[in-house]
Design a protein around this ligand. Sequence first.
Ligand SMILES: Cc1cc2nc3c(=O)[nH]c(=O)nc-3n(C[C@H](O)[C@H](O)[C@H](O)COP(=O)(O)OP(=O)(O)OC[C@H]3O[C@@H](n4cnc5c(N)ncnc54)[C@H](O)[C@@H]3O)c2cc1C
Ligand SMILES: NC(=O)c1ccc[n+]([C@@H]2O[C@H](COP(=O)([O-])OP(=O)(O)OC[C@H]3O[C@@H](n4cnc5c(N)ncnc54)[C@H](O)[C@@H]3O)[C@@H](O)[C@H]2O)c1
Length: 483
Amino acid sequence: MSERANFDLVVIGAGPGGETAALTGARLGKRVAVVEKAPFVGGAAVNTGTLPSKTLRETALALSGYRSRDLHGVDLSLRRNITVDDALRHERTIKAAHRDQIRGLLDRYGVTVVHGTARFAGPNVIQVAGDGDASERELVADKVVIATGSVPVRPPGFPFEHTRVHDSDELLELHEMPRSLAVVGAGVIGSEYACAFAALGVETYLIDGRNELLPFLDADLSAALEASMRRLGVRFVWGERVTSCDAPDVGDVRLELSSGQTLTVDHVLICSGRVSRAGDLNLEAAGLRAAHKGRIGVNEYFQTEVPHVYAVGDVIGFPALASTSAEQGRAAVAHAFGTPLAGPVAPVLPTGIYTIPEISAAGEGEEELRAKGVEYVTGRAGYAEVARGKIIGDEYGFLKLLFRRSDLKLLGAHVIGELASEVVHIGVMALMTGAGADLLLGTCFNHPTLGELYKLATHDALLRMGRERNDPTALTTAPRVSG
Ligand SMILES: Cc1cc2nc3c(=O)[nH]c(=O)nc-3n(C[C@H](O)[C@H](O)[C@H](O)COP(=O)(O)OP(=O)(O)OC[C@H]3O[C@@H](n4cnc5c(N)ncnc54)[C@H](O)[C@@H]3O)c2cc1C
Ligand SMILES: NC(=O)c1ccc[n+]([C@@H]2O[C@H](COP(=O)([O-])OP(=O)(O)OC[C@H]3O[C@@H](n4cnc5c(N)ncnc54)[C@H](O)[C@@H]3O)[C@@H](O)[C@H]2O)c1
């Protein structure tokens, strides 16, 4: 006999999308259950993706002495070989602490957490089967949010059962530090891990069928990142696909490339994209079906074709970030219960990429503006031009701002360098409020800070405009939006 319980809201999946959906429902006073297949809450963001990769990066920066390399004239890197335990200890601590924190928050708000695999038994009925447990629970829900996330693509031809051939989920079970590593796929995941391992001193190759690093980025940032990664020691293998992977029990893994060349390495990491995870859900019972790459289609409010069923996060596809998944979870539940909090998803969704150096962007890029025929002016400031940038020793970082030419409204902020994903938030706030040059020039920033880059980049934009118009007074006569 299965147990049956009623809820206002049942959320499937306890990653950032599901967690935020559940907490939003509970904050609105609703009876909420969240079903999670894994023994822990947190999803890919806490357990296999965002936090583990960012923590490994931080460890790599610390153990390699990277941040202090050019500062003190001494090599502060650890003078012994870094073990896998050294590399992953902090990652394991952070993961466990953050899981507990999320679980504590769900408990505090009275969210019922049910561990087991959920599937639809009807549009309002969710069956939960526990692992190896014959008993089944049935949850009846007025509203449902699907937040089941995504999993790494496993292209054919790679022996993933081999202990030295990994996808990004398995990488964290590493039992030895690679002597050398080939990363297949120079997307965001591949680029981030390539940087972390190169900083740890691992001979690192980054292979991609394309010829350009993260082509969705502003072209100046993409070029600057590639140059920095080369300085870090990453070896790019562009325009190549792996045609075969021969992994013996003992000895190096041999990769044949499309050009006919071969590459032999100790370990291989495949990062060739992710697919939505909706296969377990028996979507047909809810009147739904998955589309391309398992994605679930939604409207602007994250409602599926069945209006009381919502879907958020990686399972609906782009942008597939922890930050945006959480924001979608909030917006979906606010809409589902029609609260005054209901509103569209935030209009500005920044991207943070934790390569070495970090990259972050918000708003529009030059290419998008050109395609739309918007006249714009660019302002740029290097980290080395502000005192804080000099103090931290970031020689290469810069902020690039894009302003609408007619009234200097800010249209985009693009940053590469230390703490870029924090620095971008000043731009995000300006974009959210429709502000422009006058706000950035009229703000008193702490000194010395990286925030001062905004003032410098704005002055640079005004100078460029003045030069173009041969008008040295452009600084005072430029049109301004009111902030
Ligand atoms: C290596 C890596 C690094 C990343 N770095 C960043 C970053 O720096 N910044 C950023 O914003 N994003 C990053 N991401 C992306 C981010 O992790 C995802 O976008 C985010 O986790 C998606 O959240 P979600 O809630 O949609 O799904 P997930 O976090 O994938 O959670 C889905 C949950 O649903 C559960 N589930 C699945 N099916 C069922 C079922 N049938 N029944 C019950 N439970 C089920 C799963 O067990 C899982 O816990 C990274 C991803 C990876 C892989
Ligand atoms: N900081 C962040 O925001 C962050 C970090 C990591 C992951 N993510 C999320 O995870 C998602 C997935 O990331 P990803 O990097 O795995 O996928 P991706 O789709 O972004 O990149 C995959 C790359 O692999 C290449 N590729 C695919 N098959 C190949 C092959 N056989 N040989 C050579 N190259 C091949 C592709 O050309 C592409 O460049 C991202 O879309 C993003 O949403 C975000």
